[in-house]
Unconditional design. Structure first.
Length: 244
């Protein structure tokens, strides 16, 4: 009787399908606590610049506050209606080109700060590439692309995320982006994982290929293990406060 039960269990486990990309991302968001950021406010400092975050019922306001070279207070405010720049609390006109650049910059910092929550945005397309091993740990490798509508100015960028198959932590991510002289590639390694008011936050080591155009984005995890990447910078969030 025991032998029959064991055989049934083995057959069931062999036939159990691997989780889909959406299921993996849902589990990762749940594990990270970042789903709470849908209705939250937060402040943090990144590279000596202050950021403010607020989302509630589908409405959002992101702000970047810094001082210019002569000591003026410069505040960029991005919300559902677009971006406005204020200098010493007075709105100032900026060109469409600068508006697009500031929008991309502010949105990018916020996007990375509270991953993986943004991976369930409407314009995101997710694909499970497979299961890979990095530093003797097993990861689900997810490819992310974006729709042209709702995907922002950089909708053509391609991302990869690696989620631990056991606890669904997001330990690595990579992306490509367009440069004037071709395509840039970055690979980020998470460290300093900590919990702030129930939300998992991480800092990252930001790496690039030692030789430009020598690594394909889809193979960058193997390049990392082969020592073909070098550290470019650190992505560190400081003085983080999150409120609900």
């Amino acid at each position: 009787m025991k032998k029959i039960i064991v055989l049934i269990l083995l057959a069931w486990s062999c036939n159990t399908p691997a989780p889909e990309a959406q299921q993996i991302v849902d589990q990762a968001i749940k594990a990270s606590g970042t789903s709470q950021m849908d209705n939250a406010s937060a402040t943090f400092t990144f590279r000596n610049i202050q950021y403010e975050y607020q989302e509630k019922d589908g409405r959002y306001t992101y702000a970047r506050i810094q001082s210019d070279s002569v000591g003026n207070k410069v505040k960029d405010v991005l919300n559902n209606e677009g971006l406005k720049r204020y200098i010493n609390n007075e709105e100032t006109k900026i060109t469409d080109e600068k508006k697009a650049a500031y929008t991309s910059s502010v949105n990018s910092v916020i996007y990375f700060a509270f991953l993986p929550a943004s991976l369930n945005d409407a314009a995101v397309n997710k694909e499970l590439v497979g299961t890979v091993t990095i530093n003797e740990k097993s990861y689900y490798k997810i490819k992310v692309t974006f729709d042209s509508i709702g995907g922002g100015e950089d909708y053509e960028d391609v991302f990869y995320y690696w989620f631990d198959t056991e606890d669904f932590s997001m330990d690595y991510l990579a992306y490509s982006y367009n440069e004037d002289d071709g395509q840039g590639i970055r690979f980020r390694v998470a460290y300093n994982s900590r919990i702030v008011n129930g939300v998992v936050l991480q800092d990252y080591k930001n790496l690039k290929p030692k030789v430009k155009d020598s690594v394909a984005l889809e193979e960058i995890d193997q390049a990392y293990q082969d020592g073909k990447l070098e550290e470019l910078s650190l992505i560190e969030l400081e003085s983080v406060q999150i409120n609900f």
